[in-house]
Design a protein around this ligand. Structure first.
Ligand code: NAD
Length: 457
């Protein structure tokens, strides 16, 4: 079903050409050329799949990938330089270093919500690491998948094999042996991917999701905080893995936010999100139905309107309790529950009693509060004062922990994922200092072993 994609990718890797740094840099440049020369095609595909505004498509997808490429091209030779490691005196003369070995053929399985970014940032990391790639884009973003399948071979030759399709095609692909599998999507499928990988002992990176909480206290400018939270929440109509999922706050803070958030939404979408070209659409009817069911018993603050014909769901704020349906699963849509907690300690408990989030956002001017969240919570990322923007810092590893994923990428961290750090030790045969540890043992050797080679302290 993969039409020989894995074999083609394997043959190119086996040829040895991908080890050459010049080859890798050329592939990265070719990928950037594809994005800059075919911007119109990818922008149109993203509009068709998710009605993304061209500026948003550039910032979060096409331009985002270009920036990652520029950063990688600038730094790749430095990142790949062997890392010298000191050798203990007992082993001298000798030298030791760590070199980054390519892994081989990497399978990238991408989701639909940022179908360009989440396909191509892993792809560029894998190419930078000297690998070849089989890419399986999401069938739920069909226009973008087709654009990737159309243009990647033209710009990158056989270095990136695109296999289009859904569950049957992915299931077939997962039977093959890869050297690494990089999966982005939901945790249920993450388990399927990891199980399949186990058959070949293939390492996996799982970029999953879950509920990313926000905590807001009364030390901040609530108007500014609300504006930032609304931006992060309603970007791509809430279909962002690091979107703020819900807000925790005291009743006084939530009352204020309930008053301010509708105004923040109005400001973003000129008072009419349905008519605004800046507001996206829900990916399909199944997800729209899932989200509108969550609204059935909601205590609405604002929003709630939906229109199946347009796959439209208004930016919505609601009051919720921990036991409500909306709090049981990742929302992945434009619904923002406000959940009351008595204080900061209760907010930390609330977060720690649940799956470790992909991202945690705290809005507070209080230094102690920032320290408390840093020390007492565990999440893929922790951001103060802004949601989602950590993705824009290539020096920060992007990934989850626990139920939100394993492994990380972006910038140099992609090389940690897509290369093997191989230990290389080089010791000349002469002088043969090793004979001090060969049997037969004697008193002098005992002294050398216990005092020089493996001393107790
Ligand atoms: P999706 O439905 O597009 O699925 C992702 C990929 O898995 C697709 O390529 C699909 O073909 C494949 N797939 C689906 N069912 C499969 C099966 N049974 N066997 C093998 N492969 C299968 O996307 P999704 O899972 O709905 O994506 C949304 C989820 O992804 C959310 O939970 C979100 O938080 C998470 N996500 C995480 C990140 C991140 O970077 N951590 C980014 C985006 C989305």
């Amino acid at each position: 079903m993969s039409n020989g994609a894995v074999e083609i990718a394997r043959a190119l890797f086996t040829s040895g050409i991908t080890h050459d740094v010049g080859w890798r840099l050329q592939r990265l440049e070719a990928l950037r050329n594809m994005l800059t020369e075919r911007t119109a095609e990818f922008t149109a595909a993203l509009a068709e799949d998710l009605r993304k505004h061209p500026d948003e498509a550039w910032m979060t997808e096409i331009g985002f990938v270009c920036s990652e490429i520029t950063h990688a091209v600038k730094n790749l030779r430095r990142w790949l330089a062997p890392e010298r490691v000191p050798v203990p005196i007992s082993l001298l003369p000798a030298s030791a270093k760590v070199v980054r070995d390519p892994l081989g053929v990497v399978l990238v399985i991408a989701p639909w919500n940022y179908p360009v970014q989440l396909s191509l940032v892993p792809v560029l990391g894998a190419l930078a690491g000297g690998n070849t790639v089989v890419l399986k884009p999401s069938e739920l973003a069909p226009a973008t998948s087709s654009a990737l399948a159309r243009w990647l071979p033209e710009y990158l030759g056989s270095a990136v094999q695109v296999v289009e399709g859904g569950v049957p095609e992915t299931t077939e692909l997962l039977k093959e042996r890869f050297d690494h599998i990089f999966y982005t999507g939901n945790g249920q499928v993450g388990r399927i991917v990891m199980t399949a990988a186990a058959a070949h002992l293939t390492p996996v990176t799982l970029e999953l999701g879950g509920k990313s909480p926000v905590y807001v206290d009364d030390s901040v400018d609530l108007r500014a905080a609300a504006q930032r939270i609304a931006w992060g929440k309603y970007l791509n109509a809430g279909q962002t893995c690091v979107a703020p999922d819900y807000i925790l706050g005291t009743s006084a803070v939530l009352d204020e936010l309930a008053r301010i958030l509708p105004k923040a939404i109005e400001a973003l979408f000129r008072g009419n999100p349905k008519a605004s070209a800046d507001y996206g659409r829900i990916v399909n009817e199944r997800h729209l139905n899932r989200l509108s069911r969550l609204l059935e018993e909601a205590e609405l603050v604002t929003g709630g309107e939906h229109d199946a014909a347009e796959r439209y769901l208004a930016p919505t704020v609601l009051r919720a309790k921990a036991q409500d349906a909306v709090m049981q699963e990742e929302i992945f849509g434009p619904l923002l529950p406000l959940v009351e907690v008595p204080d900061e300690a209760a907010a930390i408990d609330f977060i720690n009693q649940r799956d470790k989030p992909l991202a945690l956002y705290v809005f507070s001017e209080n230094r102690q509060t920032k320290e408390n969240f840093t020390e007492q919570t565990s999440s893929g990322a922790l951001c103060f004062g802004v949601p989602a923007a950590h993705l824009l810092v290539p020096g920060l590893p992007f990934g989850g922990i626990g139920a939100s994923g394993m492994g990380a990428y972006h910038g140099e961290h992609s090389l940690d994922t897509f290369t093997h750090r191989k230990s290389v030790l080089d010791k000349p045969l002469k002088p043969d200092t090793m004979k001090l540890i060969y049997p037969p043992f004697n008193g002098l050797k005992h002294q050398v072993m216990t005092r020089v080679i493996a001393p107790s302290g």
